[in-house]
Structure formats: structure tokens, C-alpha cells
Design a protein. Sequence first.
Lengths: 374, 306
Amino acid sequence: MSAGMVIVLSGVLVASACALLGAFLVLRRMAMMADAISHAILPGLVAAYFLAQGPNLLAGFLGAAAAAVVTVSLVEGLQRTGRLGEQSAIGLVFPAMFALGTFLVSKYFASVHLDTDAVLFGNIEFAAHDTLIVGGRALGPLALWLMGTLCALNAALVAAFYKELKLATFDAGLAAALGFSPALVHYLLMSAVSMTAVGAFTAVGAVLAVALFIVPPATAYLLTDRLPTMLWLSVAVGAASAVGGYLVAAWLDASIAGAMATMAGVAFALAVAFSPSHGVVARVRRLQRQRLEFAAETLVVHLATHAEGADAVEESAVAHLSEGLRWTPEFAQRVVRWADRAGLVRQTNGHLSLTPAGARRARETAGAREMRRG
Amino acid sequence: MSAFVEFLGDYTLRTVALGSALLGVTSGVLGSFAVLRRQGLLGDVLSHAALPGVCLAFLLTGTRTPAVLLAGAAVSCWLGAAALFRVVEETRISEDSAMGIVLSVFFGFGIVLLTFISKRGDAAQAGLSTYLFGQAATLVWENVVTMAVLGVIAIAAVALWYKEFKLLAFDPEFATSLGYNTRRLGLLLTSVTVVAIVIGLQTVGVVLMAAMLVGPAVAARQWTSRLGRMLAIAAAVGALAGLSGALISMSQPRLPTGPMIILSLTALVLVSLLFAPERGLFWDRRCRRGRRLRRPAADTAEEGAP
């Protein structure tokens, strides 16, 4: 397998692992907790390095998980005192943990290769360098095994506790009433996040781990209202960002991790603009359509009101609408065209008349508007 | 005494200590408003959002003049804030997710630019990253002057719009009813906060900037319930943390300044959280224990058997 392939694959795996958990973080409004945890595991990693007398994967995971538990408990403890808000609590705890980690590194491990660059934007570029060796046999790149395991564990976790996670996320009160402990689910999710954060930390660094946890699920959240769809869409967006990021980075000869985050951002921006259900463009068009529909209903009521009177000929002239209904001539044209296409009015020699459907719509509208007013 | 003379005489020490103290004062004042508005992590988001601006400013002008790079940082921060508020307003994405998105995507894009610049092998790019990851030891007198000017501007802005910002922090609905445009006021306050963040980038770096805004404010809130005093105390706490962090880091080899500032600040916050009169948790605990001990007797005396 080529080095490029290993990088892309491990990127896809780590992005998928993050996206699976990130979907729940986004729905539970705990996005910034991912930020806090991915920074706060640094002292845990350093302590593990110290205790294991060198780089040790298992010790690293345990240290990071311990640091994550400390962070989550500290944030919650501080919040419970009622002296400060959630954001302030997070903003106090993780910089302190990160500062502690940086302090330990520069004071005691100045010779160790754990520099700020690697901490802040990872080194997925070297994914193909280390090989997993078990019993003297090379089993392929270590990064792939690591990220693959994380991805599989997270998928298994979500599959096994799907019901519990869903319930605790959307209705914590009901979950508690039914006998599931929302706190247990919370801590389960948090420890999974911290484990995954270690993988993401080594691949893309502390800050960009947040991009993988949050941006793909947020993008998916703009595209669907169903949890299963959201989960696989999150994974798809995350994987696509990883592949796209790799290509962009290769083209610019720039950081792969940074490019992955940027591509995820591009996907999110596209979803904000063009999502069929929740996008800005769709909303603007929906508003425009509603405006035209409302105007067309006004038009048919207007025509129905004047159909019998002596002024019927005058009031049904297209040219008269801008005066009678105070519309600009352009808007009047658009309304007439809309109503015509909807089969509500007929146009003959510059005069409008109601179709049977239009007359029915006029009665309904007049009734509905009357009721709303009364 | 001799230490003090040495302090005044040592150029590096004086520069770093003064710069850190200045940062503490400005971020203490502006952070107070952020914390009172429950936007404690705004500083974290905006400091990360500064990165692409610094890189683009360098790419476009080719200079490393602090004023140019800081202007780039400020513009980029401001765009990040605008993006954050627009996403929260226009979409169904909640505030915390929007914060994570702006933070990580802006930063990721900045990293792309930064690595792109460094691969070009430009000699001038060396040191660009100190603008972000904070190396107070690289501060020179010119930086301190820039920081002082920006700090004075930020604090003057707070003094000028003190009444409006106070209203915005405590009762935005009331402010609206009085005819103030709270959107515009919020944007103004955020813009002033951007100035404070830009000052801090070079000293403590993007990650630790979050605590520089939150810490002094949380500590100060413990000691008083009046805004004016809170601002003054936050400025003092920030300055003290900056000064002591700088001095501690200089006292021994291989102690980075930024993290030492944050650790000193954390210590100050902890002391304030525990021991401040009235709001201190330590007294709280003691009070409650006292009450619990007295409770049963009082209950039986007043109500008799349940």
C-alpha cells in the first residue's frame, strides 16, 4: 500500500470515528466539550509518557481517558457551584490542563519530540511510518490499525446503545423515568469521545479534532431530521472531507489536517446555503413562493368581490391591479402569471376572470381570513 | 531591592513582564463583559479565527510588520464573529456547534496557509507562528508599544460606551426597549474584544487566550457585585497573573511564559472561588454544615412532630 493511500485511509477512518460520536455531541449541544477534551488530554498523554518511560500506546489511552474524566468532572463541578456559567467553566478548565501539559513537556521532556506543531495540527503525514509488529510479524501501518479499531469500537458502541443514546439525547427526562440513567449514557459518551480524541489528536492535532467531531455532523444536521440518516451522512461528509482534504493538501503542498478541516468547512457552508430543507436559499425561495401565493389569493378574492358589481370590467383589468391592490406593475405581473399557472384565473384581452378553481379558492380564502380576523 | 533593580535593568524581563501585564489588564476588562453575557468561549473561538488573517496579511504584503499582521488578525477575527452570529441566526445549528465550527474551520484554513507559506521557503516567514502559539520571550519593545496603544484604545472604548455595554450585559431586552440597537452594540463590544484578543495572541497563543478572557472575570466576580469594581479587579487580577507568570518563567530555564501565566491565573481563580467573602465556596460549605447541625433542633421546636 502506498504512503498516500495509508494517509487517506487513516484520515477517512479517524473522520468516521469522530463523526459517529460527534452527531450526538451536536444534538446534545456539547460541541465545545469536544474542544475541551481534545485539548485537555495533553497532560494525560505526558503523564503516561512519564510513567511508561517512553511512548506507549495503551498508557497513552489510559492517561488521556483519565485526563478527560478529570476535565468533564471539573467542568461539571464548577458549573454546579452556580458561581459561573458552562462556557466560563470550560474556558477555565481546558486551558489550565493544556498549560499544565505544555509546562510538563517543556520542563521535563525538552528532548522529546512532542512539539507545539504536532500538538496543534498533528502529523497524519507520517501515518505510513510506523508499522504494527506482533510476534515479529509486520501487520501493516500502525495508524490504520489504531484508527480502524477506534472506528469499529465507536460503531459498535452506537449500535449497542443506539436506543439509550437516542432517548437520553432527545428526552433525558423520559430516559430517566424509564430507568436509563442519562448520567451513565453521558459518561459513556464522554469516555468514548476521549478515546477517539487520542486518535484524532495524533492524526490531526487538538484543534482540528474539533473539526472532525463537529463539522460533519452539523452539516448532516442541516440535511435531515432523522437520526439514522444523520449518522451515516455525518460519516459520509467526514470521509469526503478527508479525501478532499488530502487532494487539496497534495496540490498546495500544505498541511493535510488543515485541508481536511477546510474541506469540512466548505461542505458545511454548502449545506447552509443549499440544503433543500434547512438551507438559506431554500428558505428564501419558500418565503417568495408564500408571498406570491398569498398575493394570488388576495387577487382571487378581489376578483370575486367585484365580479357581480358595476365596476367588474374596470376592476378585472390587469393594468388596474397596481392601483386597486397597491402592487407595483412588475409584482402584479408576477402574481397574475403565478395565478394563471396555478389555474386560478384566465386572462382574455387584458381582463381577468376566475376559473371554477379560482372561485372556490376565493371562497376558502375569504372564509379563512375572516376567521383569522374575527 | 536588588531584584527590583535587576528587573528594571533587564531588557527582556522588563519587556515580557510589561507586555504580559498589559495583556492581563485589557483581557480582564473585556473578558468581564464576555463572561457576564455568558459568552465565555467567544475568546477561544475568535483567537483561533485570527490565524488565516495573519497568514493572508503576510501573503499579500510580504512584510512582518506587527501592525500589518495584527490588522490581518483583527479582520479575520471579526469575520469569524460575523460568521458565528450569522450561522446561529440563520440556521438551526446551536451556538456551541457554531462556535466549534468557526473555531476549527478558520484555524484549519489558517494551518493550510501557514504550511503553504513555510513550504515556499521564504526567509521572512520565520517567526510567523509565534503570532499564534505565543512566545512571550520573543516580545520586543515595539510589540509592547503596539500592545499598549491597542489596550488604551480598547479600554477607552469601554469607558466611552460604559453605560451601553453595562445595559447590554445585564438586560439586553431593556436596552432594546430604550431604543438601543442591541445587535449593533453587541457587534461593537465584540469588535473591542477582538482588540484584546489580538493583543494576547503573541504572548499566550491561541489556545490559552480563552482562559485570559475568562479567568480574571470569574475571579473578579467573586469579590464584588458591582460592574465598575469588577472591571477594576479583573484588570488587577489579569495584570497580576501576567506579571507573576512572566517572572516565574524567567526565574528558571525552560519554563514557557504563556502556560506559566495561565497557571498563575488558574491559581488566582481557585483562591477567589474558594475564599472570597460571601461568594467563596469554602464559607458556603461551612455555613451549610452549621445550618445542618442546627436544623433538627429548630424543626422540633417550631413544628413539633411531623
